[in-house]
Design a protein around this ligand. Structure first.
Ligand code: ADP
Ligand code: ZN
Length: 736
């Protein structure tokens, strides 16, 4: 229980002190004096002087007892802000996440506030109203303004000026004359809450047990983890909506996390159909004003359901009662800069601390989650088949060694034939290739020169729509030169390998009548256009969809029955310990877009290795074969979840500095029989933005506290100086 502070009666004085945490990259708290007449409790949001500035901070501990010699030097808390305090559960989460990820506590706190300086109450908007007589001197501008306000109602000041075509100084002039008054605009009323009974669907017999489980867990309301495990199209969304509905009925808030919030247009429509109103959104694309309004609604408890990207996990909900993680296996939940955290794992931690239920939904659970379900730590809620009697897509491998595409092409004759049939049947086809741009490499036919980024260890990717060669790691780009910069040969540059833009060219050549559309993250100009494009596809106004992993997730395209994976091997051989798992998940997801409405879905996997266990498991739709072999391999090699990993990434502006520090760091590692320190090794992506990178990998037994080990090590070990940088990544997902 939070409690209001008592004035301490220490020997020195009757002054009270608090320790506050500042949302900057610092781990420690700072003591401040509480001015007389101000009552503060842990969680209160305050403004404090820090150096020359006044900054936001959160009271972390009351009754602080700073060194008495400091008392006179401590500054006063500036003011207490009129916003809801951070609850104990959220403060505990900040401490926990910081301890686990080795991120400064202030950085984690920053994610809870997210509003920076604008945390204060929403700025009141200014209204203007006609109250008096027009002045004697009436300019045309004043006349127009009075005309606009002639209804004597309250108008927004800047909008009224705009409507009258005058500047706001004309408004001010008439206020001085007593013709108009200025009043604050009332806040717009909050939208009506979601109605849990608005349009509850009829559930199939297969779905009913899962629905019961969802309602029970929400009604119970205590900590509980359920894996909602259902094939693509089985109705997982409709089913977990019942947990949300129950939570709304109980008057508590629900948070639904999504991996790609930019793509949730269809989701929002479905939510609206089910609950009658749109949920509150939280992601990086919101405008400042919407952000402020949504933040206020979330903290004020006026947002019963929030749909958000991973950053929504850290918000100060007034009364969170349920968390749902949609597509829990998705890699996008891992934040790879700043605080390296996995939103799914931290969501389970938050649910545990807040003592609330959490639902993890997936058709292809992560191996970690699958093992937790097998061991009974998570409840498995099964949806074994598609809704409405639709079959799962039939999957077939196309052996590229036997029937390769024509030279310089990437669509095999067999796949091309199938796409042709689909178009004849007036159905859609999806060609999937997880590669943005036109071609991953450009080289000179005459001298062999390859276009590489000057500051990264990477080839430049040819982007024809933008007419640039682009580095995917730092964003550097250049126009494609007319002659080779190395040998000056003319017209000697060739594109090597395919990207989605090149596939579109090939599709246009093969099917000149077909309408095609490329969906790729670099082509999105705004969420609105993206949502509009997805609606075009869903409405059937596109024949061939060509896309990167952006199209793999969650979409429901009723006319899509054929999915062709152009390069099924792409993610298999990249040295990532999760390569098999990722490929299994991604290809299941993308093929799962087929045959969701009517007709039979089919998926074709173009591959050079049809005998690879992952390809075989996909073709046989043998989920058990995949998990059994993958779990066995992880257990044998002590990889997660049977062991633990952490990465240390060292970078510097030159190679010897980075390597030298990495070596010194490695040799300073405390000896512990439970930990293996591997490396340093040059990172697979050896240079990014001119920074040379080395990696250390730590491997430990499952029960070992790797974070504590790291903390001791880094506290005692060599310190980074100059432009050396050390990043800590506990439970790494990326090994690049
Ligand atoms: P998943 O998330 O498992 O891929 P969805 O929740 O997207 O599945 O459901 C697939 C399709 O079936 C959607 O169009 C959804 O509206 C529909 N659907 C699922 N269950 C029902 C139901 N009980 N009543 C009506 N439509 C349903
Ligand atoms: Zn670059």
């Amino acid at each position: 229980m939070d409690h209001t502070i008592r004035q301490t009666t220490s020997a020195a004085s009757s002054t009270a002190f608090v320790d506050v945490l500042v949302p900057v990259a610092l781990d420690q708290t700072y003591s401040y004096r509480v001015p007389r007449g101000m009552a503060l409790a842990p969680g209160d949001v305050v403004a404090v002087p820090l150096g020359p500035r006044e900054v936001l901070a959160v009271v972390w501990a009351d009754n602080a007892t700073p060194d008495p010699r400091l008392h006179n030097r401590l500054k006063d808390v500036g003011e207490k802000l009129d916003v809801p305090p951070l609850k104990r559960e959220l403060r505990a989460l900040v401490d926990w996440v910081a301890g686990y990820t080795l991120s400064p506590r202030g950085m984690v706190l920053r994610m809870c506030l997210k509003m920076g300086e604008q945390l204060g109450p929403e700025r009141t908007r200014i209204g203007v109203r006609l109250v008096g007589e027009p002045p004697k001197r009436l300019t045309p501008a004043r006349r127009r303004l009075i005309e606009v306000l002639s209804d004597r109602l309250l108008h927004n000041k800047s909008e009224a000026a705009k409507e009258a075509g005058v500047s706001t100084s004309v408004v001010d002039g008439l206020v001085d004359e007593g013709t108009l008054t200025i009043e604050p605009m009332p806040r717009p009323p909050p939208p009506p809450p979601p109605d849990p009974s608005h349009a509850q669907p009829e559930f199939s017999r297969q779905q009913r047990a899962a629905v019961d489980a969802m309602r029970a867990l929400a009604a119970n309301g205590s900590f509980h983890v359920a894996l909602l495990d259902g094939v693509t199209g089985s109705g997982k969304t409709e089913v977990y909506f019942e947990a949300v509905a129950e939570t709304v009925r109980r008057g508590k808030q629900s948070l639904i996390l999504m991996p790609e919030i930019a793509l949730t247009g269809q989701f929002l429509d479905r939510f609206t159909r089910r609950f009658g109103v749109r949920p509150i959104e939280w992601h990086s694309e919101l405008t400042q004003r919407t952000r402020a309004r949504n933040f206020a609604a979330i903290t004020g408890g006026e947002a019963p359901v929030v749909v958000g990207a991973r950053s929504a996990l850290f918000l100060p909900y007034a009364d969170l009662g349920l968390i749902v993680i949609d597509e829990e296996h998705d890699q996008a939940y891992k934040q790879e800069d700043g605080t390296h955290y996995h939103a799914r794992d931290m969501a389970v931690v938050r649910a545990h601390i807040a003592k609330i239920p959490i639902v993890l939904a997936s058709a292809t659970p992560s191996v970690e989650t699958e093992v937790n379900a097998r061991k009974g730590r998570y409840q498995r809620v099964l949806l074994p088949s598609r809704f409405g009697g639709q079959h799962m897509p039939h999957i077939q491998a196309i052996d590229l060694k036997r029937v390769p595409p024509p030279r310089g092409r990437f669509i095999s004759p067999e796949l091309a034939e199938q796409v042709g049939f689909a178009i004849e049947r007036r159905e859609q086809a999806l060609l999937f290739l997880n590669r943005r741009g036109y071609a991953p490499l450009t080289l000179c036919r005459a001298c062999g020169h390859r276009f590489a980024c000057t500051i990264c260890d990477a080839w430049l990717v040819d982007h024809r729509f933008r007419q640039r060669l682009v580095c995917h790691h730092c964003g550097f780009s250049m126009a494609r030169p007319p002659v080779c910069p190395n040998c000056a040969a003319q017209e000697s540059l060739v594109a090597v390998g395919p990207g989605v833009e090149r596939l579109q060219e090939e599709a246009a050549h093969l099917f000149p009548q077909a309408r095609s559309m490329v969906l790729s993250s670099d082509l999105i100009t705004s969420i609105e256009t993206m949502r509009a494009e997805l609606n075009e596809i869903a409405a059937g106004r596109v024949d061939i969809i060509i896309g990167t992993q952006l199209v793999a997730k969650g979409h429901h395209f009723p006319r899509l029955n054929l999915v062709g994976v152009v390069d099924a091997d792409l993610g298999l051989n990249n040295g990532d310990p999760r390569a098999a798992e990722r490929t299994w998940q991604l290809l299941n997801q993308v093929v799962g877009r087929a045959g969701r409405d009517q007709g039979r879905g089919v998926g074709f996997l173009q591959t050079h290795q049809p005998e690879h266990p992952v390809i075989k498991a996909l073709v046989a739709c043998d989920r058990e074969a995949f998990y059994a072999s993958e779990i066995e391999a992880r257990e044998r090699t002590l990889y997660p979840p049977f062991g633990r990993l952490a990465s240390l990434i060292i970078s510097a502006g030159d190679r010897p500095t980075a390597e030298g520090f990495a070596r010194r760091l490695a040799s300073s590692a405390p000896r512990d029989e439970h930990v293996q320190v591997l490396g340093p090794a040059e990172a697979p992506l050896a240079v990014i933005k001119g920074r040379y990178r080395f990696r250390l990998l730590l491997k430990s037994a499952r029960g070992f506290d790797l974070s504590a080990y790291l903390r001791d090590w880094l506290a005692a070990g060599p310190k980074t100086k100059g432009n050396l940088k050390l990043e800590v990544d506990v439970d790494p997902q990326s090994f690049l």
